[in-house]
Design a protein around this ligand. Structure first.
Ligand code: A2P
Ligand code: MG
Ligand code: MG
Ligand code: MG
Length: 358
């Protein structure tokens, strides 16, 4: 059985190249480079180009593995999408052809001379159309998680995971805008979080030449001594994505004294894994939205490997084998092992109160 070290290495390289791309796109993003998708959410040239880069690298390294990616290229295949398509092809090629860095293998389809045609870039984006399921290997890609945070210049994440028989085995999350050291934000931003099942979770600073090379890699573990009153719930910035008022009620039940920490994207899972906040609560707003597997698979393994527990509000593990979504939305509760049970009980109490009101 594979120890998944090669998969982790490839995923880190893919996330790093895509993160450099998205950072540079933000600096140059112009108004006509964002579209609104059918579900009203925004998508930028950065989302499409980053998915093309990650999909190309994964496909070169593991040609038989299917991919569940957030984006598809249909809006780029029509005449009105031509200008965006040209820009995306240029951005993806810039990222794919950048010089090799330590540990990268030209067989992954990267390095000078590895330009792709426009058709190959669109094909790479559309390779993310796998419907998911409960058996076999599959990768997930969320090229920009928290696109609204990205557009505000705040937190977003570049997210990749490998799922085998419905269980996440590898998760990698790039956070280009996240301080490397939360205690000293002036020290610089940009980190990659990575976890392999049974092998722990680590943070690697972007500035590091390669994992472990220069002391910029740290092992992550969630402190198990945090008291409930000192929690600061990690929650979405966007009130439409998870219920702020429900979290306020849970905080009151637990006598939490700190205000919540609002942040976009799976950076919330990453911060929890390195000891910030103490818990991540994501309860549905009641509009029937189904959570996507690419929005939780990397975060689930990262927090679990750092010594936390991730469940839904029934206390069940998240089910990554139901297709592209997690199925009916029972919310997400992630916290240190020592306090997860108490938070879960408070969530269920708040749910019962809400039910009694209707
Ligand atoms: N109504 C919704 N409820 C929950 N999550 C949503 C909803 N609409 C979009 N999302 C997704 O929530 C994630 C961001 O969560 P957060 O707000 O915590 O950063 C994104 O993947 C976003 O999708 P999208 O990528 O299409 O924007
Ligand atoms: Mg999106
Ligand atoms: Mg997302
Ligand atoms: Mg996204």
């Amino acid at each position: 059985m594979s120890d998944f070290s090669q998969e982790e290495k490839v995923a880190i390289a893919a996330v790093k190249r895509a993160s450099i791309l998205t950072s540079s796109v933000f600096e140059k993003l112009v108004k006509n480079e964002t579209l609104v998708k059918g579900d009203k959410s925004p998508v930028t040239v950065g989302d499409f180009a980053a998915q093309a880069v990650i999909s190309t690298i994964l496909h070169n390294a593991f040609p038989n593995d299917p991919i569940v990616g957030e984006e598809d290229a249909s809006d780029l295949r029509v005449e009105s999408g031509k200008a965006m398509k040209d820009r995306i092809v240029a951005l993806a090629n810039e990222a794919l052809t950048a010089p090799l860095t330590q540990g990268e293998d030209p067989a992954w389809g990267v390095g000078p001379g590895k330009e792709r045609t426009a058709d190959q870039i669109l094909e790479a984006i559309d390779r993310g159309n796998y419907p998911g399921g409960s058996t076999g290997r599959m990768w997930t890609i969320d090229p920009i998680d928290g696109t609204k945070g990205f557009l505000r210049g705040e937190q977003y994440a570049v997210c990749v995971s490998l799922i085998v028989d419905a269980k996440v085995q590898v998760g990698v999350i790039g956070c280009p805008n996240l301080p490397v050291d939360p205690a000293e934000p002036s020290k610089g931003v940009g980190c990659i979080f990575t976890a392999v099942r049974g092998k722990g979770a680590r943070q690697i600073a972007f500035s590091s030449s390669s994992p472990g090379a220069d002391g910029a890699t740290i092992s992550l573990s969630i402190p198990q001594t945090l008291e409930l009153k000192d929690l600061s719930f990690l929650e979405s910035v966007e009130a439409a994505h998870s219920s702020h008022s429900f979290n306020d009620r849970v905080a009151a039940i637990l006598n939490v004294q700190q205000p919540p920490t609002r942040m976009d994207s799976q950076a919330k899972y990453a911060c929890l894994a390195r000891g910030q906040g103490g818990a991540y609560l994501r309860m549905p707003t009641g509009v029937g939205y189904k959570e996507k597997i690419w929005d939780h698979a990397p975060g689930e393994i990262l927090v679990t490997e750092a010594g936390g527990i991730v469940t839904d509000s029934r206390g069940e593990p998240l089910n990554f084998g139901l297709g592209r979504t997690l199925g009916e939305n029972y919310g997400v509760i992630a916290a240190a092992k020592t306090i997860h049970g108490e938070i879960l009980a408070a969530v269920q109490k708040a749910q019962n109160e809400a039910k009694a009101k209707v």
